[in-house]
Design a protein around this ligand. Sequence first.
Ligand code: NDP
Length: 327
Amino acid sequence: MFNGILIEKDQQGYRARLASLAETQLPEGDVEVSVDYSTLNYKDGLAITGKGPVVRSFPMVPGVDLAGRVAQSSHPAFKPGDAVLLNGWGVGEKHWGGLAQKARLNGDWLIPLPAGLTPWQTMAVGTAGYTAMLAVMALEKNGATPDSGKVLVTGANGGVGHFAIAFLSRLGYRVVASTGRPEETAHLQQLGAAEVIDRAVLSAPGRPLGKEQWAAAIDSVGSHTLANICAGLHYQGTVAACGLAQGMDLPASVAPFILRGVTLAGVDSVMRSKADRVAAWQRLAPLLDEALLKSISREIPLGQVIDTANDLMAGKVRGRVVVDVNR
Ligand code: NDP
C-alpha cells in the first residue's frame, strides 16, 4: 500500500482526499517510480479543487510533476535506481500523477534527472520553471536580446512568473514585473525585477494599439492582459503566451500584428518533445542556486496538499510549493 491524493467524481460529487492506495490500482506503464517529491502547479490546483476541467478520467491521482527513482523497469532507457524527472504528458490529467508515493508511467515520458540538480531542486523548479525557460527560449528564437529593451513578466508572484523574472534577469534582461500583490515588491526586486507595476493597468479592456513599452513579454495571465501586452510591444516585439490566470479569452485586435509586426508565440510544456525538454532543463540548471530556490519555494507534506491547493486557487500562494510525498 502507498499514500496518494485521490480525486473522485460520482453521484456524491467531485472530491479529493488523501487515500491509501494499492499497487494493483496503478495504471499500466513500463516504468515504476518511487516518488521523492512532487509539486503544486496551477493546473494541479484546478484539478484538486475541481475549479477547472483538468481531470479527464476518475479516480485520478493528480500531480503533473514528479521526481524520484526507478523501482522497476522494462523500458530500455531506464533501470532500477535511476533518478528520473517527469513534467506533463497528461500525467495528473489522463494518467495517475506525481502526488503519491508511487507512480507507474510510460518510460518515454521520463527524462534523467538533469545534471547538478537534486530531486527536491527539480520540483522547486517544476513545470512552472521549465515553462518559464521554454518561454525565454521562444523570445530568443524571435530575436530578443538584453539590448532589445525591457521585458514584461505578468503573474509575477506565481510560479511561472517567479522563474521568468529570475531567468531573464540572470541572463541580463531588464525585467518589469506585473503583479496584483504590490506588497511583494521587495521580494520581486530581490528575484531580479527592475520595476514592479500594478496588474490593474493591464487587466481592463484597452486600446488596439498603445505606446511601445516592452521589447518582449512572458505572459501567464491571458485575456485583456495579453491583448494589452500585444498593443504595447515594440515594433517586431514578441510575447510568449503560456497561461490563463485572468482568463482563456483573448479580446485583441490584429493591429499590433499587421502594423507593428508583433509576434504572439504560444508556449506549451505538456506535449513538448523530449529534445526540447532536455534543452530547457540544461539551459535553466546553471541559472539556479540554492538561495534562489529557497526564496521561491516552500515544502509541504502530502497531508497539506488539498488545503494548499485551495489557497493556490485563491491567489494566496507565492512562488512554488514542493510536496514531500513521503512525509
Ligand atoms: P500560479 O497560481 O503560481 O500563479 C498565477 C499568478 O497569476 C498569480 O500568482 C497572480 O500573480 C496572477 N493572477 C492570478 N489571478 C489573476 C487574475 N485574475 N488576473 C491577473 N493575474 C492573475 O500559477 P503558475 O505560475 O503555475 O501558472 C500560471 C499560468 O500558466 C496558469 O494559467 C497555468 O495554467 C499556466 N501554465 C501553462 C503551462 C503551459 O504549458 N502552457 C505550464 C505551466 C503553467 P500576482 O499575484 O503577481 O498578480
